[in-house]
Design a protein around this ligand. Sequence first.
Ligand code: PEP
Length: 259
Amino acid sequence: MLSGLITMRRKLVAGNWKMHGALTQNAELLDAVRSGMVTMPGVDCAVCVPFPYLAQAQQKLSGGAVKWGAQDVHQLDKGAYTGEVSAAMLRDFGCSYVIVGHSERRAYYGESSHLVAEKFLAAQRVGLTPILCVGESLEQRESGITEEVVAGQLDALIQLGGVQALRNAVVAYEPVWAIGTGKTATSAQAQAVHAFIRQRVASHDGKIASGLCILYGGSVKANNAAELFAMPDIDGGLIGGASLVADEFLAICRAGART
Ligand code: PEP
């Protein structure tokens, strides 16, 4: 926690559906999340759905408290890039958020931190809020280089876009070893990395650092969310598996509203 700068940051809980969903089951999930959030004014909530379901998310969630977004975006505004989706296209479907640099994209599609930074800036150019994912593998943690890895991922954005790119931005710390494994980082482990991220940004600009929303992601469930969200530098969560179950996801949002 940065001393001397007191900023009340609102909690954000964002779901990442990954490559899951089908029209009928999505409809039930979106309806349940929408109606559950009506009674929870103290927290922001969003679901990041696969591209084909953006229209459905827009139709189901428009006018409610739950925002929606996508899980990836192309770094360029338009062009001959078959199969790709631009930030302006996401905006056309009412997206507020887009995840960039998820560890699965870094691992399976070879996305570099520089490319992720380009995607981040492309999303910002059209007014979307990108959620920049950073985090270390188990091997990197065991070798004691967690901070070095996270710093490199963060610095790539600062180098390309300047620290200004992080004004009112969202970063998600997701230790790779905790994603989808049921192994959550302890609240102390997560807090230590979150504080490191905030300090690193503060070395460029203290005000931007204190306004930065830093989510934790990695096996967050209803039964561990409150403890994580109570930490001073944890501003909410990026939720994978548990975002596919309405009651579980809403319970996590409730934990965000309380802390
Ligand atoms: C994620 O997909 O970003 C994630 C954190 O997944 P899970 O919550 O299932 O670990």
